[in-house]
Ligand binder design. Structure first.
Ligand code: NAD
Ligand code: UGA
Length: 434
């Protein structure tokens, strides 16, 4: 099928490359010329395992191309996906400006009978807004709409797209469902469940999934705080409850709270969407309250041992919001480093891949010393602060690192090290909830 993807970020690019890999003819468009220029040369602008290889392979087979010319992108398309950003807007509502602008631009440029599919995360009712926007811009109703929420996660985006747990589509016409089935045929033939629902159900499913995952994290973080008060170990609690098949073991790692570009905004957007329909989401609202204060836990632990943070040299290990990505959007490190600088701490920061994106996003980068190795960060530090669970940190030789630090404190915001090993190397260890 000939498809166009509007928005070539994490989702649009991965989906574009994925659909090309299934044998479709794909054009990816974006308003960012620098991004498109790189992509057209086979260079992936984001750090995402396997994406550049698949991009190169499909470019060389002529199945995918990239453009900033929206007209050129959509002129022959039978299906047009929207995968633009839907960031947090006023009062926490989803900002649909990019999405509706994209719909308005694209609408008059497409052939009669085009299927418009929203892949951006957006509240119930958004497809109706897209339908109205397109109808007004075209002056006809000769098109189809659908929603197809994306569940991939960063770091494993390609794997998640090519081997998803399920495909969810929200449709109100058999033609829309039939075209989406055709697009996903290779996965359906592999046994991936294809769930076709009405539009509101599919739209809500995306928010329900992200909120459920965020809920598990906030839940275990509260359990972790209580563990510290009563001498329990949250890792063991999580392991033990996770063995119950009804609970499962995923998303029960306690730490510094969820970061990234999605959970925070999506949890807030669902709560606001509830209010707009006269419904109060009590649990969902509490998630943001719990998570927004989570960053404080590592500051308190540093203060407990170092007393005064003024002048203390803290080695921050990890800046990305999670390992295997260079994405720093809403990374806990942004808030934590901000707070540490306010306390007068001297920060040396190291991330295997996210130093540069962090420098660009963080308003106080000039006050931080960025280094390009774990050892350079640790040398002379009064404390090590682990904020991203990179394998490199898990694998470090604690003895060797201790020989170059000034102080003895490790605050492990990711709970990735073992207390015994850290103490045997001469460190004082502070984990979360243990
Ligand atoms: P992103 O910021 O990486 O990419 C969005 C892209 O859209 C940008 O490159 C931007 O320049 C482009 N864009 C904006 N307006 C445009 C227009 N009018 N025409 C063409 N291009 C335009 O965002 P993302 O992380 O890919 O997220 C996109 C959507 O998918 C969001 O709604 C997000 O919540 C959702 N989502 C993200 C993930 C994830 O892991 N990042 C996973 C599932 C769903
Ligand atoms: C998340 C979801 O996992 C995807 O299914 C979804 O498609 C995506 O959001 C989205 O809608 O954008 P992502 O944000 O890439 O994916 O990353 P996650 O692996 O979910 O991690 C999010 C945050 O939660 C990270 O800060 C991570 O450190 C934290 N986390 C995760 C925990 O604190 N504990 C855990 O047990 C798991």
């Amino acid at each position: 099928m000939r498809i166009a993807i509007i928005g070539s970020g994490y989702v649009g690019l991965t989906a574009g490359v994925g659909f090309a890999h299934f044998g479709n003819s794909v054009v990816c468009a974006d308003i960012d010329p620098a991004k498109i220029e790189k992509l057209a040369r086979g260079i992936c602008p984001i750090y995402e395992l396997g994406l550049e290889d698949l991009l190169k392979e499909n470019l060389s087979k002529g199945r995918i191309r990239f453009t900033t010319d929206i007209k050129d992108a959509v002129k022959d398309a039978e299906a047009v996906f929207f995968a633009v950003n839907t960031p947090e807007g006023e009062y926490g509502k989803a900002n649909l400006t990019y999405l509706l602008n994209a719909a308005k631009t694209v609408a008059p440029l497409c052939a009669t009978g085009t299927l418009f599919i929203n892949k951006s995360t957006a509240p119930v009712g958004t497809i109706e807004k897209i339908r109205e926007t397109i109808s007004k811009a075209r002056g006809d109703d000769q098109f189809y709409v659908a929603t197809n929420p994306e569940f991939l996660k960063e770091g494993t985006a390609v794997e998640d797209f090519l081997h998803p747990d399920r495909i969810v589509v929200g449709v109100d016409h058999p033609e829309a469902e039939q075209r989406l089935r055709a697009l996903y045929r290779p996965l359906i033939e592999d046994g991936v469940p294809f769930i076709a629902t009405n539009i509101a159900t599919a739209e809500l499913t995306k928010y329900a999934a992200n909120s459920m995952l965020a809920l598990r994290i906030s839940f275990i973080n509260e359990i972790a705080d209580f563990c510290e008060l009563v001498g329990a170990d949250v890792k063991q609690v999580a392991h033990a409850i996770g063995l119950d098949k009804r609970i499962g073991s995923h998303f029960l790692r306690a730490g510094i709270g969820y970061g990234g570009s999605c959970f925070g905004k999506d949890v807030k957007a669902l709560a606001l969407s509830g209010e707009e329909h006269g419904y109060e989401f009590k649990i969902i609202k509490a998630l943001s309250t719990v998570n927004d204060l989570r960053y404080r836990i590592v500051i308190t632990k540093l203060q407990k041992h170092l007393k005064n943070l003024h002048g203390a040299r803290i080695a921050v290990l990890g800046l990305a919001f999670k390992p295997m990505t260079d994405d720093v959007r809403s990374a806990p490190a942004l808030r934590i480093i901000h707070e540490l600088l306010d306390h007068g701490a001297r920060i040396t920061a190291y991330d295997p891949v996210a130093n540069e994106p962090f420098k660009k996003m963080f308003s106080r980068s000039g006050e931080v010393t960025f280094v390009t190795s774990l050892h350079d960060a640790a040398r002379g530090a009064d404390a090590l602060l682990l904020l991203t669970a990179w394998d490199e940190f898990q694998a470090m030789s604690l003895k060797e690192i201790r020989s170059i630090t000034t102080g003895v404190l490790i605050v492990d915001g990711m709970n990735m090290l073992e207390r015994n090993a850290a103490e045997a190397a001469g460190f004082t260890y502070e984990g979360i909830g243990r």
